[in-house]
Structure formats: structure tokens, C-alpha cells
Design a protein around this ligand. Structure first.
Ligand code: ADP
Ligand code: MG
Length: 351
């Protein structure tokens, strides 16, 4: 039942002259868990609502399995939506909540019983069928909302920040659950979030949005390791961004002059990057120099965070660098160290 989704030239502004989505294109595969990731207000929910048919686009078309559904009303699109605030009926039992869409579609009592049982089993809520919604925890309510969405066999499952109301531990647990359910059912799912950890840990692919424009699309690893822009680099993780001037290739490495000295990068596609990214966890701290991409720096301060330490150094050129280490001891303030970074971890950016 899952469909592929093609978005072609979709644009939207609610007010004249204030575009919320610039014309954008996306291809989402059948069975893919696809993320729309971006800061608050960038247009994620608008795009999701356009796919659901709740909001009308100004231009462009949407196809499910190659069929143009742009003119179809929401109820004919066979999508199902899961929201941050669950949107369950408080006076109905869990069973009746999950049955709601099936009843509305005129399914038989037998079909309803079977589909509800299947969906509740999938979200591991079978024992709660007769419970009323207010007696459930937030995490359980979100499982019920998910079961309700899945029960109607949607062509596309749409999730809008579904975990934002849950506390951190439950959120981690539900991430795994939602990813498991989507994969077990081969659901085409479009998942909206501003939380990079959700997108990185769950997604097959991610489209990164900013101000109504897709900045970059790729797998979580691609986006994290090879962001194209400063925005993508910063949105997906911790960064050191250095101004750069390329000085040509040497032994198949790009030689780049930066604020902290000359660096070599294996990434030679962009011959003239104006800046480079070094992620804090890719800087190694040593008391002995190494041959390449090594510079001297003074340790300033650090924070112990349990699983890692966040350290701050000042290079001889005066530039502050953030370094994340998984060691448990903080360094010695005022002491000089050698910092180094492998050429594959010097990532040229486009801006
Ligand atoms: P996101 O989900 O990424 O936070 P939204 O799609 O909700 O972003 O909103 C994008 C922009 O459109 C915001 O500036 C928001 O204020 C505006 N917007 C959203 N819905 C409406 C609406 N119904 N009427 C007018 N402006 C809206
Ligand atoms: Mg939103």
C-alpha cells in the first residue's frame, strides 16, 4: 500500500510577497523513512500539510506512485498524520481511537477488529485496548496515535514532530520504536523535525530545509560528514569553521591556507572553498607533533559531560578551537598541546 512520493515545483506563501516555500522538488522512495529537517519556521509543517492536502500549494504538483494527486481532497489521498499533541479522543477507549479512521471509511466490524489488534500489537499496546486515553502516559498515547495512523494502511505516513512532547529518555525509546515500525511495515514515512539527532539516528535520508529552500539532501552520514554549506555543517553538529584559501593540489590532497595554518584535505572536488569545516570530535590532542595537519595550541578550559569532554584551545594564531574528546580527564590549563586532524576530516564548504 505504501507509495513513492514525488514533489515537483511546490511553492507556497500565505501572504503575498512572503514566500514560505520556494519552488522545491523531492523524490521519496516507496518504503523510505524520509526526514524534513530544519529550524523552526522554515516551512516543514507547511510542506507536510501540502502533502496531506490540508494546505493548498500556490504552484507545483504532488505524485503518489506517479499519479498526480494535487487536486485530490485530503480524505482521498490515503495519508495518515501523527502530531506532537497526539490528537486522540479523550472520551473513547484506545480500541475506539484506533478504530476511528476505519469506521469512518466504512470498514466491517471484523476488519476493524483485526486491523486494530494488528496495529496495537505493532506498537506493543495490545494490553491497553479497553483503557481510556487520559489514563495513559504521554509515550503510550503517542503509541496509540501511531497505531491509529497505521491501522488505515496509509499510502504515506506523515509525522510532524511526534516526539517533541516526550521527555528525553522516552524520546530515545520512541525513536527506535517508530523506526522499527516503519521498517517492519515498509511504510513510506515523511517525518518532520527540528531535532538533528532524530533525523540522524532514524532517517534513511534527510532533506535539510532553511527558509523554504532545500539546502541539501542525503543520507545521515553524508549530511553529517560532507555538509556543503556552513548552515548544513552547523545544523547537523558541532563545528569549527575556518576561513580558507585554496593553494592547489599536492599528492592528490587539496592544500588549503587557513587561520590556523596550512591544512590538507582529501576532498578535492571543490578546488576553491572559501571555508573549511573541522568537527570537534575529529581533532586529536597529543603531546607529540604529527606530520600532517598538526598545529600547536594552548589549552584554555573544558567541560566534563560524562560520555565526553568539551575542550577549548587557542592556536598560536589566536583562533579558538573546540575539541570533543571521549577521555575522562580534563587537560592542564595553560599547557601547550599538539592538535591534529586527518585529511579526510578537513571538509571544504561552498560558503
Ligand atoms: P515549521 O514547521 O518549519 O516550523 P511552518 O511551516 O509551520 O514551519 O511555518 C513556516 C512559516 O509560515 C512561518 O513563518 C509561519 O509563521 C508561517 N505560517 C504557517 N502557517 C501559517 C498560516 N496558516 N497562515 C499564515 N502564516 C503561516
Ligand atoms: Mg512545524
Amino acid at each position: 500500500m505504501s507509495a513513492s512520493v514525488t514533489i515537483s515545483g511546490i511553492a507556497k506563501s500565505y501572504q503575498k510577497g512572503v514566500p514560505v516555500l520556494l519552488p522545491l522538488d523531492l523524490e521519496i522512495q516507496k518504503g523510505e523513512l524520509f526526514f524534513l529537517l530544519g529550524p523552526s519556521g522554515c516551512g516543514k509543517s507547511t510542506l507536510l500539510r501540502i502533502i496531506a492536502g490540508i494546505v493548498e500549494p500556490d504552484s507545483g504538483s504532488i505524485f503518489f506512485d506517479g499519479r498526480d494527486i494535487t487536486a485530490l481532497p485530503p480524505e482521498k489521498r490515503q495519508t495518515a498524520m501523527v502530531f506532537q499533541n497526539y490528537a486522540l479522543w479523550p472520551h473513547l477507549s484506545v480500541f475506539e481511537n484506533v478504530a476511528f479512521g476505519l469506521r469512518a471509511a466504512g470498514a466491517s466490524g471484523k476488519t476493524i477488529a483485526r486491523k486494530v489488534a494488528e496495529s496495537l500489537a505493532l506498537v506493543r499496546m495490545s494490553d491497553f485496548a479497553e483503557r481510556k486515553v487520559p489514563s495513559l502516559s504521554g509515550g503510550q498515547q503517542q503509541r496509540v496515535a501511531l497505531a491509529r495512523a497505521i491501522a488505515v494502511d496509509p499510502q504515506v505516513l506523515l509525522l510532524d514532530e511526534p516526539l517533541s512532547n516526550l521527555d528525553a529518555k522516552l524520546r530515545d525509546e520512541m525513536r527506535c520504536e517508530i523506526a522499527r515500525i516503519c521498517r517492519e511495515r515498509s511504510l513510506t514515512a515523511i517525518y518532520v523535525t527540528h531535532d538533528r539527532r532524530e533525523a540522524l539516528s532514524m532517517g534513511d535520508r534527510i532533506a535539510l530545509l532553511d527558509r523554504g529552500k532545500i539546502q541539501q539532501t542525503g543520507s545521515p552520514v553524508e549530511l553529517y560528514k560532507k555538509p556543503r554549506s556552513r548552515f548544513a555543517a552547523s545544523f547537523l553538529g558541532d563545528v569549527n569553521l575556518l576561513d580558507a584559501v585554496a593553494e592547489g593540489c599536492e599528492n592528490a590532497l587539496l592544500r588549503i591556507r587557513t587561520e590556523i595554518g596550512t591544512l590538507f584535505s582529501v576532498h578535492t572536488e571543490n578546488a576553491n572553498p572559501p571555508s573549511v569545516l573541522i568537527r570537534p570530535e575529529n581533532i586529536r590532542v597529543s603531546t607529540a607533533p604529527s606530520e600532517q595537519n598538526c598545529f600547536c595550541a594552548e589549552y584554555l578550559t573544558g567541560t566534563f559531560l560524562g560520555e565526553r569532554c568539551e575542550l577549548r584551545f587557542r592556536t598560536e594564531s589566536g583562533r579558538i578551537l573546540d575539541v570533543n574528546e571521549d577521555s575522562s580527564e580534563l587537560r592542564e590549563a595553560g599547557k601547550k598541546y599538539f592538535l591534529s586532524v586527518l585529511p579526510q576530516n578537513v571538509v571544504p564548504l561552498e560558503d
